[in-house]
Write a protein that binds this ligand. Structure first.
Ligand code: ADP
Length: 343
């Protein structure tokens, strides 16, 4: 699915470029009585520059070639044929192609530089964020293990158990962060392969809550899945991760005593799962951004996290042809809705 998506992303600029050439030709048709064809060429060049800046060299060169052909066919007399009256037009075509290719090369170089600078900035932000997130559990693990190995201190059994549990819990967290980062990289490079198999939503939720059992503790998790619920076709481990992140957030961003509710319904060959909490809630401005990579709400900085969870969930759910959305009232709680197609 993600692979198809990346293919589609590659073809889209070419389709849009054709659309731009079409619009320029339409405009040329309107003004061809008043403007010389050699002037109309300038508008095609504008389209080439735009495409080059937006999508780089390949689509820009394609735009140049299509422009010359369409321009000749529709706007150079004799119309609706590729033949030309004056040799001058052949020079125009050649000049256009050369200028088009040179402009494409320059514009795409500028574009690459801009992208590289943005990537560098993002990488620094990413590195800062990751190194902090990786360091925190590592410091705890090292602390716990050092205390355990300290021969001078005589630890009682209870204390040893607590320290071991800390080390284990933090290793688990570290493992999750690294896995999240790997998933993110896989998603971005388009190698996330989804393999769907029929699965029971109850089993899925059961597995998810099992993984979260330590965090759930004594908290009240209400599950409402109708008895005749149909099987859904999903990639079990991936969709498990997607739900894990959402339910984990519901627990993280709500007070200990409050319940978390999971309700499932199916309508018109679609499955809808709602995860509702009665916690912090999310402000209107943050709602727009919480699915972005590394985005964390200012207020939740005291809660551990990387800002990757929801972005990964969204990627996985969309790779299944589904959608994830959220409604929230600050101070009252949030409801995340996951929609998945039945097949
Ligand atoms: P994080 O690792 O920070 O939890 P996520 O991508 O999972 O990253 O979430 C992004 C941000 O969205 C979080 O930092 C948090 O502020 C906000 N958020 C996510 N889920 C909830 C929720 N159920 N209630 C309140 N805020 C939430």
């Amino acid at each position: 699915m993600a692979f198809i998506q990346s293919q589609r992303n590659r073809i889209l600029p070419y389709i849009i470029s054709c659309g731009l050439v079409f619009l320029t030709t339409l405009f040329g048709e309107l003004v061809k009585k008043r403007l010389e064809p050699t002037n109309i060429v300038m508008f095609y060049l504008l389209a080439v520059v735009f495409v080059a800046i937006r999508w780089g060299r390949g689509p820009a060169i394609a735009t140049s070639i299509i422009s010359v052909l369409v321009f000749d066919f529709f706007l150079v007399p004799p119309y609706l044929t590729f033949s030309v009256n004056h040799i001058q037009y052949v020079f125009t075509f050649v000049a256009f192609l050369v200028v088009g290719i040179v402009v494409s090369t320059f514009a795409s170089k500028v574009r690459e530089q801009i992208i590289q600078r943005q990537t560098e900035k993002l990488q620094t932000a990413l590195l800062n964020s990751i190194s902090h997130d990786l360091k925190t559990p590592l410091v705890s693990i090292t602390g716990a293990l050092t205390a355990l190995l300290d021969r001078k201190s005589s630890l009682d059994a209870q204390h040893i158990r607590e320290l071991s549990e800390t080390a284990l819990g933090e290793s688990d967290r570290l493992n999750r962060i690294v896995n999240n980062l790997l998933d993110m990289t896989k998603m971005e490079s388009g190698v996330l392969r989804i393999s769907k198999k029929p699965c029971d939503l109850r089993d899925l939720m059961g597995a998810c809550l099992e993984q979260l059992k330590d965090k759930i503790g004594a908290r009240d998790i209400k599950i409402d899945i109708p008895k005749d619920f149909p099987e859904i076709a999903v990639d079990f481990p991936f969709i498990l991760k997607a739900f894990f992140n959402v339910i984990d957030n519901a627990l993280k961003y709500s007070p200990d005593g409050s319940p978390v509710e999971i309700r499932a319904t199916f309508v018109q060959r679609k499955v809808q799962v709602k995860i509702q909490d009665y916690g912090l809630g999310i402000s209107r401005e943050d709602l727009k951004r919480i699915f972005e990579k590394f985005y964390r709400v200012e207020r939740s900085q005291n809660v551990l996290g990387t800002g990757l969870g929801l972005c990964i969930s969204k990627g996985i759910i969309e790779a299944h042809g589904g959608e994830i959305s959220v409604e929230s009232t600050p101070g009252k709680g949030s409801t995340f809705t996951v929609e998945l197609p039945l097949e």
